[in-house]
Design a protein around this ligand. Sequence first.
Ligand code: SF4
Length: 476
Amino acid sequence: MTVRFPAKFRDVDAGSIFMSNEAGDFFFTNEQFLDAYAAGTTTEADDQFLQNQGFQSQSSNDLYFYSYLSRLVKRQTYRTELSYIILVPTLRCDLSCSYCQVSRVAENAIGFDWSEETTEHVINFLDGLETKSIKIEFQGGEPTIRMDLLSRISSFCRQKFDEAQFVVCTNLQRLDEEVLTYYDNEDVTISTSLDGDINTHTKNRTVDHEITDRFFANLDFVLKRFGPNKVSALPTIELSEDFDPTALYEAYASYGFKSIYFRPVNYQGFARKKHSDSIDNFALWRKVYFNFLDLLISEAADNPNPIDEYYFTLCLKRFFQAGHDSHVDLRNPNPFGRDYLLVDYDGQIYPTDEARMLARVGQVDLSMGKIGSNFDTEKLNQLNYLNMNNIHEECIHCAYQYACGTDLVDDLSRYGRVDIPKVDTWFCRKQLAIFDRIAGDLASDNRNVLSVYERWMGLPDQTLSEGIIRYDPTNH
Ligand code: SF4
């Protein structure tokens, strides 16, 4: 007996219907086919096509059935080995940026660093991990204020694990001998913030030009010393009608960066107070974001290695392939506390960096427990059930569900709850806009744009323009 796998549809481009399933198979067709599919009046040729594309099998025991299950499982699998840890040895910082989401404290504040007891618990915790390969991200505050702790943790990890990598998220104000000696290690990379040109950066970070000048001088210095492979930068974008995409693009291009993460001010931490409009400015985001994307596409013409927008490329990859699950704000299922967690300055453990912000502003405590004690597994299980799009009403029927994810922390941050309809959330509206853009470009077969997408994803030339399946039942 024929088995049809759950299929979803979306009208993406004036009568062009995008049809997909939960395993990530998709094709484009028309309304005539959709009507026949819904009415159960598909022809033999239609059924053969559906079987070949992974949408049905002849029984629940044939190759097509198991092949579908295998692709479905690949989409639903998540890593369970804890191997990415964010450590916050101090919450102190020497700057006070307006959109700081972590709500840092002053540089000379007391009681905002790991105690000796917490440090020992962190080392014991790392010692108990089963993974052979670890990535540690040092966050703050400004982590270079406690170079002693960075060095101590790094030395331990280098002995304990076969492979260890360290990322220092820094404002680049400190480049003394101790910091540089640490950066000289091959397993250390530097991540900093670059908001655009010097005026934008100064406005966002500080009104003190001396501080901005030091930042740009230090950025030049580390790029010259280490090259752009060891140094990465992230902007924080303050959305406005007169946002200048060219200034942002040119700032990153001038430093040789190959990727820009267009990350608007996050409605978390300090930013909740100082950028309260960031809670729900979707229309503005949409306009500014896609203007920026169009600029990147036009700049990419004839460039074999063009600058991409990190998040859009991530969505593209998830649209076409399983396994791109390392971004914790876009993956499904998205279980907390499995492969990734954060230890805060006071030893509290949070499932993500953003989760600690919610606790810090007193909105909701997503702490999983304290380092040195057991995890609060009941809280984790409750959160994890909700943190997969397979159970949300709108997502179940969404044609992009296979590529999409969930961001429970963002829902909590903006709306204070996790049970509002997904289609009313910022996250969903953003994802629909991005996936509609991708599907629309594929449907209209815009070869110039598809060629840029191929280069952003590292695919061979013509993969997309020649590989997209279109089905018109009248031709069969
Ligand atoms: S969040 Fe929105 S875009 Fe994503 S699967 Fe759910 S309904 Fe679709």
